[in-house]
Ligand binder design. Sequence first.
Ligand code: SF4
Length: 355
Amino acid sequence: MSIVPAANLLRTAVPQASSEEPERDVVPENPPTESWQRQLAAAIRDPAELRKRLGLPAIEAELTGSEGFPTLVPESFLRRMQPANPHDPLLLQVLTGPEESNSVAGFVADPVGDTAARKAPGMLQKYAGRALLVATGACAVHCRYCFRREYPYQNEPRRMDDWQPAIDALAEDSSITEVILSGGDPLMLTDIRLTELCQKLDAIPHIERIRFHTRLPIVLPSRVTDNFIRLLKELRAQPLVIVHANHGNEIADDCQQALQRIVRAGVPVLNQAVLLRNINNCADALEELCRRLTNIGVMPYYLHQLDRITGAAHFEVDVATGRRLITELAARLPGYAVPKFVQEIPGQPNKTSLF
Ligand code: SF4
């Protein structure tokens, strides 16, 4: 099978990519032609507006978010929040608060050792056989606990030509058999840019698998376009899609349909969740998440202990609680539906199992 040529995608009403990707918040091309781009353009960027839309009282000194990481919430994700509920588990993931300004010992700008793992522009390598490309710094949602919220995206490739050193490094190292497209979120690239990048990776014979680490099928389900599905199906290398949902309420409506499209295209889909205080730190919430995912063919893969990024201390749950929750899940669900409880510790040769 050959991957669909980027030139063919140009004939399918996908907008031409601009020569540069913005560092963070992508404002779609003018006028945006894809529905996901229009929806992203209309995403909420003001916490006061977010409260208003949910029927929550305004607060006097609204915190807009730390510089470079403002509020960003797509409409589809907003629709899955419960109106007038200040404790909604989806809202709490994206609403800025004064706790973000707290300086807490042990919470740092690079909690997972990305800087030390950088091998070429845009390319990180932490584990044997796998390399990660920071495909873009942009994302469709700004999770307040994002472990890369301080990442220096401005130093990473922005034009396709800038990727050549990383592509060359991958081509020269036959021990690397899997490439992880991450970010930001790699699905923030247009289908044309994503296809171009994947074509370059697919042309390297020893790359056996291409992983897409993305939250867009969850927060902006319309991003699962026909062209993205076609790209997945036509890759020579085996694609895997790793999504990121933390609460069962996220797996509903258009999100559920988008995930099912990927699953039904024959592509393995796994979920990574983060253990978050007041959001999913109870067995009922995690059980519901795992059950909803499994019921549509998305396998619960990891439950991550929080990466200790600056400003996110208020989300942390202690490890002992995490272990207790996994024990409870194991008693309620079949083994394949119970995620592995892990932590990323810089310098370790693999994720550290906590259970
Ligand atoms: S979806 Fe992932 S990359 Fe985007 S803000 Fe959330 S944690 Fe960060």
